[in-house]
Write a protein of this length. Structure first.
Length: 291
């Protein structure tokens, strides 16, 4: 994946600026050169100064940066997810053989160990390393969001709670970009479902994490999903119905969920409707009570 410094160099050259003109009195030319080659990092404050001199906003910079790398990122996570869903350990091992990114190797190791039914004690590389990496990054780009989305359900509840709040704060600069907005909404929905607890349990976890659950619903609202993002909006309303059921409003919540399922069927999304219906049956059989 292309580093931020490499993207900065492309923009600088397109603008016709020398490294000396860009660096000025903020940093040395040699340090800027190392950053552009991907050999060192700089602070967010210093990055803002450089972008200001290039007359490029941070949003524009990220858009340019990820225009080169989003397809590569999506391709990797798609292949990993496909191998995992197909329970193809051999394919995961093949991906690991040619992979150099340490975060990706951790992910492949975790998925491989799950498929081999190994216990957490047998896992040599654990989610703590990913947690440390994600927490240390000042601004989350598309890569960090996709990495977290692919690993969040392998983490404990404290990690998920912390990093999901972090995803909102550190990705706030580009909530308006479609790709980022969709993956963030998906993260927040998965977090809400995670915090509501297993389907065969009552409202214990909902009670414990109720304030956080409501906060994540507010995060989704702040993303301002547009009319054409119909399926995602239906998914949000569906999860709200599940939340109502978990809170004890079984009748009202079930009616709310069934309206979303009917809407999916009207739109010809039979597979999604069937998946939602199966999950609803598991939740309503889990012991929730009417308010």
């Amino acid at each position: 994946m292309e580093r931020y410094g490499q993207t900065l160099r492309k923009i600088r050259k397109q603008k016709g600026l020398s490294m000396k003109e860009l660096a000025r009195d903020s940093l040395s030319v040699s340090f800027l050169s190392k950053f552009e080659r991907g050999e060192s990092d700089i602070s967010l404050t210093l990055m803002d100064q450089l972008l200001s001199r290039l007359h490029v906003s941070y949003d524009e910079f990220l858009y340019i940066h990820h225009d080169y790398s989003n397809r590569t990122i999506d391709s990797f996570f798609h292949r990993v997810n496909q191998a995992y869903m197909e329970q193809d350990i051999g394919k995961l091992e093949q991906l690991a053989e040619v992979e150099e990114n340490q975060n990706h190797l951790i992910l492949l190791e975790l998925y491989g160990n799950i498929l081999k039914n190994e216990t957490s004690d047998d896992i040599k590389l654990n989610p703590d390393s990913l947690f440390d990496y994600l927490f240390s990054v000042e601004v989350w780009g598309y890569y960090e969001l996709k990495l977290y989305k692919s690993t969040m359900l392998l983490m404990n509840s404290d990690m998920v709670l912390n990093l999901s709040h972090t995803a909102f704060k550190k990705g706030k600069r580009y909530h308006s970009f479609k790709d980022y907005k969709n993956v963030m909404a998906s993260i927040f929905l998965s977090t809400i479902i995670y915090l509501m607890g297993p389907v065969n349990k009552g409202d214990e976890m909902v009670t414990k994490y109720n304030e956080d659950i409501l906060k994540f619903f507010s995060y989704i609202e702040s993303l301002k999903l547009e009319e054409h993002e119909t399926h995602l909006r239906i998914h949000v309303r569906y999860v709200k119905g599940i939340y109502m059921i978990k809170k004890g409003q079984v009748k009202e919540g079930t009616e709310h969920v069934n309206r979303m399922i009917s809407l999916l069927r009207e739109l010809g999304c039979e597979k999604n409707a069937a998946d939602f219906e199966r999950f609803l049956k598991l939740v309503t059989a889990g012991g929730s009570k009417d308010a």
